[in-house]
Design a protein around this ligand. Sequence first.
Ligand code: NAD
Length: 276
Amino acid sequence: MPNRLTNKVALITGAGSGIGLETSLLFAHEGARVVCADVNQDAGTAVVKRINEELKSEVAVFVKVDVSRESDVKEAVRVAEERFGKLHIVFNNAGIMHPSDDNAETTDEKVWDLTMNINVKGVWFGCKHAIPAIRRAGGGSVINTASFVAVRGAATPQLAYTTSKGAVLAMTRELAVIHARENIRFNALCPGPIRTPLLMNFLNTEEKKQRRLVHVPVGRFGEAIEQAYAALFLASDESTFITGTDFLVDGGLSAAYVTPEGSTTTHSVHGNYSGV
Ligand code: NAD
């Protein structure tokens, strides 16, 4: 019987799809009780139903949350404590990449503000309301989802997204230092390109997919479950000496040497470097 999160309570944002969905399932199967938060009610409800059916127990609950609204995030934390007693783990994972996100000259202010509101302010709200709750629980772990683009520039422009993920890294580091003595850990998960709706909707042709894969040494997209396992490690007591990290789970992308032609390998496949 897996038990890496026995007696832990976790709040996961963006639980309805991709990385958040796989992490919700994995955490529950590892013994956690899980508050699944998402702005998409149907998707979030479906995840909770699936978890509770698979485990034959009411270990998951859905809360409709738009992470850019402070009152929603506050309510999710309240539900976690009311329903399950304590809160030990918060995975601030919800994020968007707007289809009109572009370069410095062409990105609309509305797209910029929306991206920052969800990807940065949403993570801050998650931390802001998690901290007192985790303190009440005696300590715990916060994981904020950034991206490899926070440490590597993306030549296919998505300036608001990339900037937002850089902010998540900076926020996470400072929080880690400030709250280290309180036994509250903060780490930033930095996924490489992952086969989820967020990326596959963006790389919507085979050519675009192949162009992206040129930069991934392992030669394939990551799977959401591979991020979930990394989040599980960061959430569990196996990582109690790890805080303030940029935790790269990227198939070697950030370690790769990118030639001016855009290839990390000796293959003759050329393309623009781009990221999420
Ligand atoms: P996804 O689109 O599959 O899932 C995102 C989920 O977040 C959806 O269920 C969506 O409804 C929810 N969401 C969106 N806006 C929200 C809001 N305002 N409030 C609450 N929920 C909201 O995406 P994913 O690929 O699983 O991405 C999860 C995180 O991982 C994001 O922060 C993303 O930026 C990051 N990331 C993804 C990749 C990738 O390649 N897929 C790479 C690096 C980082």
